[in-house]
Design a protein around this ligand. Structure first.
Ligand code: DX5
Ligand code: ZN
Length: 215
């Protein structure tokens, strides 16, 4: 299982140390939750924090853009060192154009669906996406409870991707811990995002537990 810690729950005053612990546990990437106070009712980080993470790791960085206008702001995140831009299917943007803009600027494109958004809304973009991010909580805050209906969505996504022989990976975000992570793994998840579970305990140990899921 691939694991992508969301640094939203890391102790920012000790960011470098917390990242070192993630590195020692062999994380695959880092997940950066970008919130604009419009698309979701919370404000978090901008490109400068992405730059700070970039200075501390060579792993892939994914910017989860919970913002109204990903088409307007993807550039500064790529410049800051993000590799993959995760864009919400709920945004009112031209996704084909955004995909072209992101990939021609050297980034990877990922599409995200909220819990209430049908999987079908992401289907047209899956062939060209690197990641399908399935939200298992309503975006905006870490520490929420996993929504069980996510499991069926993961299963359906996995069946579709297998049937169409697509390369896109399924990532799941929200309320992931040692129990829910295992349910997601069984349903077909490739990458688990976790914030509060990883950073509220022994970081390396908890990442290790998630990495074992699905074996
Ligand atoms: C939710 C964010 C998630 C969240 C995960 O809006 O996209 O990445 O921070 O937090 P946990 O793992 O605590 O649910
Ligand atoms: Zn996220």
């Amino acid at each position: 299982m691939k694991v992508s810690p969301s640094i939203i729950s890391a102790k920012l005053e000790h960011l470098a140390t917390e990242i070192l612990q993630c590195e020692s546990a062999g994380v695959d990437s880092y997940h950066l939750d970008v919130m604009d106070g419009h698309f979701v009712p919370n404000l978090t980080m901008g490109p400068d924090l992405v730059k700070a993470v970039r200075r501390n790791t060579k792993k892939k960085l994914e910017a989860h853009l919970m913002i109204d206008r990903p088409d307007k702001y993807y550039g500064p995140f790529l410049d800051a060192g993000a590799d993959t831009l995760l864009v919400h299917a709920e945004c009112l943007v031209d996704f084909k154009k955004l995909h072209t803009d992101i990939t021609s600027a050297g980034g990877d494109f990922g599409i995200v669906v909220n819990p209430e958004t049908p999987l079908e809304h992401a289907i047209p973009y899956l062939e060209d996406a690197r990641i399908l991010l399935i939200m298992s909580v309503h975006p905006g805050f870490s520490g929420q409870k996993f929504i069980p209906a996510t499991i069926d969505k993961i299963r359906r996504a996995k069946n579709y991707i297998t049937e169409k022989k697509l390369k896109v990976e399924i990532e799941v975000d929200g309320g992931i811990n040692d129990e829910t992570g295992s349910l997601c793994a069984e349903a077909g998840a490739d990458i688990l995002v976790s914030a509060s579970y990883i950073f509220s305990g022994n970081i390396a140990e908890r990442i290790g537990i998630l990495k074992e899921m699905g074996r």
